[in-house]
Design a protein around this ligand. Structure first.
Ligand code: PRX
Length: 657
């Protein structure tokens, strides 16, 4: 089932504008010689081994790559520590007083942490974790907003060999509970609250709710973020809850880095799959750090004095790889911003670029499309001349948004890197190299050196230029996921069974006659809402959990700004009354079960859902209806009249928005 939209595709494939890197950019680029591609293709392990040597290893690896598909080992036998590589080695160098993290709080407060200061903070918290009983291999859940303590806590875990599982602060208490329980986390790190558009997200209250059913949690560390502004302190449970400030106050500032095997797990990060149960994606230490630091240096063309800003939330993989681990491993200055782009006004991002002289800026197409709607006056009010490179991630970027970004943010001077990757891939796999690749608006261009992709039809044949198919990866890469936490069978089934020996991405793609790749969105039941990955099943389960709902089918409907919006078709139980109030209640119910990001945009009540004879709901047809298209193939439906009636009803009631 391809979710690829034919019309959109034609327009994209007719894109002929080419933007070549300027001579000047190419000249100074970290990747300025096109031979890098041939080199990596000719000697994959040699290429990655050379990059790996930029890290500090306590013990050199025995073998670069061991590949028994789908099981992989990179740098096996090698020993290193991620926090040592991201912090200690810089703190022991001329970078000691270089700013590692620039943090801008939503209310306008700020904090700069040099590598030396970061080292002290990481060590103190690492020792604090030890004093709470955390040992190598234990899991620590982290549920915070975008505060420096989030990066510090991750690095502190890495320092002592504990695994972190960061849960996005926008997730609900139930989502947090399920993730804690799946990982059997011993400690939770949270905050009294998080700032969001001037309001407080009650992280501690959510955590307390979750903690009613998380027997593995022994201790809770609470960062005092919002209390400082004169708010009443949150209730603390004696014997369980401790304040961050309190516990680090007496903690020693020295902490030895635990030597970790290259294949020891660094972290778990949950992401939505094609079932209702999120998957704990497992990343290991050596390959992940080599993959993220290498791609960060080449793709973002990192220079020693750059201020680099990735606007993602660290609760998602983009923040893990390209706010924390990749940049810090490279000794970069990485910027973290706590708030939203429109607070206190719609020029906030550009104000931050101006304030800190940001050179490299990496954001999501959704954000660009919102800013497009807000108008060019916002970026025009700020001095953006420090910018020299722009990036995008998370969803396909439409050429119109690409051009807006190019003209109004980059002032036509900055290359744009459209980077394709996934939570599972850990690192960027498809992207221009900004000094080498001529870009086409809307295309992520070509695989990173050493990365091999193919586009396959249903029978596993390569489709060749112009035809759509399933994007697969045919060679291993260092930052690839190693398994799903506690569920290796699901790992094999999900990614490696459709085409044995090849990694199934779940994305549709096409290659054009110039060999450029065009990513066309998910082909499975995963939605991409504002760059956030949400499973249709998760939202459906949340809906049917409501006492009035009999059945629900959820689809991602094309949306101008968010890429996709969540639309739900719902059948009610006998006796339940359809009403606007009930629609609201159902939306609220989903937000409570999963988090506000999963709240449906519209809900449509129907007496029946279109199903195949084997009772499978045909979401493809619901998408056709919601997007006003001619219905696709209906021959497999158990009762074809259902869909015709549904369409008539949908059209007569108007867009459910
Ligand atoms: O569909 C692709 C889309 O985001 C999915 C991965 O989502 P997640 O694991 O949450 O990671 C997002 C950030 C890496 C992919 O399967 N996607 C990501 N980047 C792009 C993209 N689609 C098109 N173009 C991109 N540059």
């Amino acid at each position: 089932m391809m979710a690829v939209r034919q019309e959109k595709l034609e327009a994209l494939l007719n894109e002929t504008r080419l933007f070549a890197p300027s001579e000047k950019f190419r000249h100074g680029a970290n990747a300025g010689d096109p031979a890098i591609y041939q080199k990596a293709d000719a000697d994959l392990t040699g290429f990655w081994a050379e990059e790996a040597l930029r890290l500090d290893w306590f013990k050199r690896w025995d073998e670069v790559l061991e590949w028994n598909s789908p099981w992989v080992k990179w740098f096996n036998g090698g020993q290193l520590n991620a926090a040592y590589n991201c912090v200690d080695r810089h703190a022991a160098s001329l970078r000691r007083n270089k700013v590692a993290i620039i943090w801008e709080g939503e209310p306008g407060d700020a904090r700069l942490l040099t590598y030396g200061m970061l080292q002290r903070e990481v060590n103190r918290f690492a020792n604090a974790l030890k004093s709470l009983g955390v040992k190598k291999g234990d899991r620590v859940a982290i549920y915070l907003g975008m505060v420096p303590e989030l990066a510090i806590a991750m690095l502190a875990c890495a320092k002592i060999g504990a695994l972190h599982s960061v849960v996005f602060g926008g997730f609900s208490a139930e989502a947090l509970r399920d993730r804690i329980n799946d990982a059997q986390a011993k400690v939770l790190v949270t905050a009294d609250g998080a700032w969001r558009r001037g309001n407080v997200v009650p992280l501690k209250a959510n955590a307390d709710e979750a903690l009613k059913e998380t027997p593995s949690i022994e201790k809770v560390v609470v960062v005092n973020r919002v209390g400082r502004s004169g708010r009443a302190p949150v209730p603390m449970v004696a014997g369980r809850d401790v304040w961050w400030d309190g516990i680090i106050a007496d903690a020693p500032v020295e902490c030895a880095a635990e030597p970790m095997e290259a294949e020891d797990t660094l972290f778990i990060l949950y992401t939505s799959g094609t079932t209702g149960k999120p998957k704990g994606v497992v990343h290991t230490t050596g390959g992940y750090l080599v993959g993220t630091s290498t791609t960060h240096r080449y793709i973002f063309d990192l220079k020693e004095d750059d201020v680099y800003w990735c606007t993602a939330d660290i609760g998602w993989v983009t923040g893990h790889s390209y706010i924390v681990y990749g940049p810090l491993a490279n000794g970069a200055t990485t910027l973290m911003y706590e708030g939203t782009p429109d607070f206190p006004d719609r020029g906030r991002m550009w104000g931050i670029v101006e304030k800190y002289g940001v050179n490299v800026f990496y954001t999501a197409p959704t954000a660009i499309r919102s800013m497009m709607r807000w108008g060019t006056e916002w970026p025009a009010q700020h001095d953006l001349s420090s910018l020299r490179l722009l990036g995008t991630v998370g969803e396909p970027i439409n050429p119109e948004a690409w051009m807006w970004y190019h003209e109004n943010v980059g002032h036509t001077q900055c290359p744009i890197v459209d980077t394709w990757w996934q939570t599972e891939t850990g690192m960027i796999l498809i992207s221009p190299l900004p000094g080498l690749t001529a870009t086409k608006p809307g295309s992520a261009t070509r695989p990173f050196p050493g990365v091999q992709v193919d586009i396959l039809d249903e029978d596993g044949n390569s489709v060749g230029p112009g035809a759509g198919g399933n994007l697969v990866l045919t060679k291993p890469w260092p930052a690839m996921l190693r398994t799903i936490y506690g569920d290796p069978e699901r790992f094999v089934r999900q990614y490696w069974s459709r085409y044995p020996g090849k990694y199934l991405t779940g994305d549709g793609a096409k290659v054009d006659n110039d060999g450029y790749l065009w990513l066309m969105g998910r082909v499975d039941d995963v939605m991409n809402v504002a760059g956030h990955r949400i499973s249709t099943y998760e939202v459906e389960s949340a809906l049917v959990d409501h006492p009035s709902v009999a059945e629900a089918a959820v689809i991602g409907k094309t949306h101008d700004v968010k890429g996709q919006a969540i639309s739900a078709f719902v059948t009610l139980k006998e006796g339940a009354q359809m009403s606007e109030a009930l629609k609201e209640e159902l939306k609220q119910h989903v937000a409570k079960k999963i988090g506000a990001i999963a709240r449906p945009d519209d809900i449509f009540f129907t007496a029946e859902l279109p199903k195949t004879r084997s009772a499978k709901i045909m979401r493809r047809l619901l998408r056709d209806i919601a997007e006003g298209r001619a219905l696709g193939d209906t021959t497999t439906l158990a009762d074809p009249t259902v869909i015709a009636q549904l369409r008539d009803q949908y059209e007569s009631e108007g867009d459910a928005d």
